[in-house]
Design a binder for this molecule. Structure first.
Ligand SMILES: [Mg+2]
Length: 340
């Protein structure tokens, strides 16, 4: 069911809520019919179509006290938009399923939609429908449709000799989560920065679109599970290995101030939603930074062989030390780890 349609069994208060949530939506001309019917209707799309879905589930991906409702709405959409960015696409339309548990009031949901509408507007995206259901836990599931106007960025096109780059800084969101979870202490501006990177990530849509416009489209992925794990997906799909310079992983000032120069958290966990991409040599990080509109750092290269990551650099020995959270999978006898 789409269109945030009414269900006879729902109490009347929820009817009003549905009306209120839909009231602020002003679809673009590409949307022929928005919320309120059995299906939304979109104008024909002349390019290849991208489709992605993602869920944020209370107790799995977030806890209510960590977020204001609008910021939770923004993040729920951002994690989906990040997948469109990783494909080098343009977002067009989405449908939203809200699973609501007892205790979540209408004011919270209205505020959640404030954030969803704001993020949709920033991304030039229409919310064209959705569904509301009861559930033991709050969950926001979004299906997003986009289009490929240039080349599509894929995970299976990395080749021996490619250089590996990443946008922004890595590991901030993982530290932000540790701070919210009271597993790490930080104060002041550093705390604010790191927590904000976890709560309100920026999907790198423009950077992905710029990459898709390059003469040779790079292999790409968004960093949602940790840099090594996400690079591992590219290696597996492309049938190649990688060498990473552990000293070249871009760590923010806040990361270094709170956690030091050890890149292990940046490598092993975090929802940074930066883009990682592998492209033919010849472009400097400075040139890419200008073209993509966001800081870009070269962190390694693609090599022939098994889909494994080998580390170089001064920080590499640190990565062998036991007890690094989330790092067990990564380590094996010789600083390389089998990724899946
Ligand atoms: Mg992704």
């Amino acid at each position: 069911m789409t269109g945030l349609a009414r269900r006879p069994k729902e109490p009347s208060g929820e009817f009003e809520l549905i009306d209120r949530l839909c009231a602020g939506l002003r679809p673009r001309s590409r949307t022929i019919l928005g919320p309120g019917d059995d299906c939304a209707i979109l104008a024909p799309i002349k390019h290849p179509v991208l489709v992605t879905v993602d869920s944020m589930v209370e107790g799995v991906h977030f806890r209510i006290p960590w977020f204001s409702a609008p910021v939770l709405g923004r993040k729920a959409l951002a994690v989906n938009l990040s997948d469109i960015a990783a494909a080098g696409g343009w977002p067009l339309a989405c449908v939203i399923n809200l699973a609501i548990r007892p205790g979540i009031d209408q004011r919270f949901l209205a505020q959640l939609y404030v954030g969803l509408r704001q993020a949709a507007s920033e991304a030039d995206l229409d919310i064209v429908g959705g569904n509301i259901t009861r559930s033991p836990a709050l969950a926001i599931t979004i299906t997003l449709i986009g289009e490929v106007r240039r080349s599509a960025l894929r995970r299976d096109t990395a080749r021996h000799g490619d250089e590996i780059f990443v946008t922004g800084s890595i590991g901030d969101a993982a530290l932000g989560l540790k701070i919210l979870d009271r597993k790490l202490k930080a104060r002041g501006a550093h705390r604010h920065f790191l927590v904000d990177r976890f709560r309100d990530p920026t999907p790198r849509l423009r950077a992905g679109q710029a990459l898709a416009g390059l003469p040779s489209a790079p292999a790409a992925i968004d960093v949602s599970d940790g840099l090594c794990q996400d690079l591992g997906h590219i290696l597996d799909r492309s049938g190649v290995g990688a060498e990473l310079d552990a000293d070249a992983i871009p760590l923010s000032d806040a990361y270094r101030a709170v956690f030091g120069d050890d890149p292990s958290v940046a490598l092993s966990s975090g929802e940074d939603y930066e883009l990682l991409f592998c492209m033919r040599p010849g472009s400097s990080a400075a040139t890419l930074t200008r073209r993509l509109g966001v800081a870009v750092h070269r962190i390694g290269g693609i090599v022939r062989g098994k889909p494994e990551i080998k580390f170089t650099g001064q920080s590499a020995p640190i990565l062998k030390s036991p007890g690094i959270a989330g790092f067990d999978q990564l380590r094996s006898g010789n600083r390389s780890g089998r990724r899946r």
